[in-house]
Design a protein around this ligand. Structure first.
Ligand code: ISL
Length: 555
């Protein structure tokens, strides 16, 4: 936390850091058009410095038709006029660096928009020089091109339906693991990799301090693209045969010898062993990855069919990852982002009674584990799911496709991505302090009173608790550098672990339920409280009120 951009390079500055994720469309709108923008972000940098975070990660702001809200990029080296221009970006980087904040941009290199110049060329003719930059295949043998069942294989798109779309212009299909407007790039072609690395260096040269790499474990496919009899193709395109070669090339080609430049991989579907494979520092690939198993808990039949979690289920999964990694590898710690429901609604209790308590307790349970902590905008005030009651309020292609294919609104209310994409609530005015205009997605009626303005003034607010947690991460070396050890508890809903470094020993205890819990603390006198979500008496057994937690230090 002490190091600033411009200091003597200090490797692994990110270990004790907190990264704040900004979804720019929904953060601050500086010009009243209802869409957040880069100048809006600049206006809140002092707030972020007050909160104490080390870095910001900004979701895509590049020119885009917006089919996937900017994760479909049509020009990698510019700013969409919706969000501003390159001058605004340069001003943002300078203003962030002045305040000691690092800037991480979001690079979508698995696919482009179908409106990107590369794809426009590629689709124009089978003989085009860029034809091979994407995955083109003829119809399945014996089928009339463009008719049902003629897709080259049975791979499924993450957003529903086939991963192939037919292009009548040349009579072939192109692969898209996401929307049909997001064709997959062919990383097998070295020209593609060189073009992508050059683009990444372009952002580095503009002053950015690191990259969040979208679905980066999907860039190496088994080149023959085999059909998958018992699945959706995942095993042939996730962590494919050349993934480690590509990641090493990326590190060398983009970060070079700059040990401060951070590479964060978004890696759906990886297990702990694969996570270590990507992030082992000796191998020189990524610095950290995002795991998914904990956010996919309870998905019975896809993400829109999610059951309530059992007591201890989240704790067990978090502990499984921590224990499996041991002192190898590194992950980003998160419970939510722009693709997930709000963490209080998913893992906590978003009723008025327990909302603030569970927001604090979840943060405490997650953010002091071994890894780099991430805070998605709005989590620091305990924002809750929008629960939109009408399809007309939804904006996300994934949810809209799901409904169009017969899915039900309840599933979308529980798991839809719009839940996390509503305007950041700065105050409780009609535009939430986000916009003076009409927001691109509504400020939900439910929870509209939750705001930064209200919480900044209240000492016991969720916001001030986050601030204290961030400060604690920076202050206690055992958090950034210590070992992790799970501590058994009397109740499955209580998650307890220790972080240890040299003489320092911290114990984190969190009651992740709405029932009072008792937990035995041997040697009660030797523990001293560093932080708690609410006053907790020093006694043995410890009595933890519903949704409460404490950080203790052994003296
Ligand atoms: O959000 C998901 C399911 O609801 C995930 O499967 C998600 O699609 C996956 O994590 C990949 O996410 C990233 O790439 C997508 C984009 O839509 C997401 O916003 C992005 O975070 C395609 O670029």
């Amino acid at each position: 936390g002490e190091s600033q951009p411009g200091d003597t390079p200090r490797s692994q500055w990110w270990r004790d850091a907190v990264v704040y994720q900004i979804y720019p469309r929904s953060f601050v709108d500086s010009d009243g058009n209802g869409v957040g923008d880069l100048r809006g972000i600049i206006s809140k940098l002092d707030y972020l410095r007050w909160l104490g975070v080390d870095a910001i990660w900004i979701s895509p702001f590049y020119p885009s038709p917006g089919a996937d809200m900017g994760y479909d990029i049509s020009d990698y080296t510019d700013v969409d006029p919706l969000f501003g221009d390159l001058q605004a970006f340069d001003d943002l980087v300078a203003a962030a660096h002045t305040r000691g904040l690092r800037v991480i941009v979001d690079i979508v290199a698995n696919h482009t928009s179908d409106e990107h110049a590369w794809f426009v060329e590629s689709r124009s003719a089978k003989t085009n020089a860029k034809r091979d930059w994407y995955w083109w295949r003829p119809a399945r043998a014996g089928y009339q091109p463009g008719t049902p069942g003629a897709e080259p294989n049975n791979w499924a798109s993450f957003f529903g339906g086939s991963a192939w779309s037919f292009d009548p212009e040349t009579g072939e299909y192109y692969l898209h693991l996401f929307d049909r407007k997001q064709p997959d790039l062919n990383w097998e072609n070295p020209e593609v990799r060189q073009a992508l690395f050059e683009m990444m260096r372009w952002w580095k040269n503009r002053g950015v301090d690191g990259l969040r790499l979208d679905v980066i474990n999907l860039v190496s496919k088994v080149p023959t693209l085999p059909g998958d009899d018992s699945g959706n193709g995942f095993k042939y395109y996730a962590c494919g045969p050349r993934i480690h070669k590509y990641m090493a090339e990326l590190r060398a080609g983009v970060a070079g010898s700059d040990t401060d430049f951070v590479l964060i991989g978004e890696t759906p579907g990886v297990n702990p062993e694969q996570a270590v494979g990507f992030t082992d520092q000796q191998r020189g690939e990524l610095d950290m990855i995002f795991a998914f198993q904990h956010v996919e808990l309870g998905q019975e039949n896809g993400k829109f069919d999610t059951r309530a979690l059992l007591p201890g289920e989240l704790a067990d999964m978090l502990a499984y990852w921590q224990e499996s990694l041991g002192d190898a590898g590194w992950i980003g710690l998160y419970l939510s982002n722009h693709d997930q429901p709000r963490q209080v609604s998913r893992f906590g209790d978003d009723s008025e009674q327990w909302r603030a308590h569970s927001a604090k307790t979840l943060a405490l349970a997650s953010m002091l584990q071994r890894g780099t902590a991430f805070v998605y905008q709005g989590e620091e005030i305990g924002m809750i799911n929008a629960n939109f009651a009408s399809a007309s309020e939804l904006r996300d292609v994934e949810s809209l496709n799901y409904l169009a294919q017969g899915g039900n609104l309840k599933g979308v209310q529980a798991a839809g991505r719009d839940n996390a994409r509503t305007p950041m609530q700065w105050d409780s005015s009609p535009g939430a302090g986000f916009t003076a205009g009409t927001p691109w997605v509504a400020v939900p009626a439910r929870g509209a009173h939750i705001s930064v303005a209200e919480q900044r003034a209240a000492a016991d607010s969720v916001l001030n608790f986050y601030r204290a947690l961030v400060e604690l991460r920076h202050r206690e070396p055992a958090i950034g550098s210590g070992s992790y050890r799970r501590v058994a508890t009397d109740t499955p809903a209580v998650y307890a672990y220790e972080r240890e470094l040299g003489e320092q020993r911290l114990r984190i205890i969190a009651n992740l339920s709405d029932e009072t819990a008792h937990t035995t603390l041997s040697d009660c006198e030797s523990w001293q409280e560093l932080l708690a979500t609410e006053p907790i008496a020093k006694q043995n057994p410890l009595v933890l009120p519903p949704w409460s937690g404490v950080v203790l230090q052994r003296s």
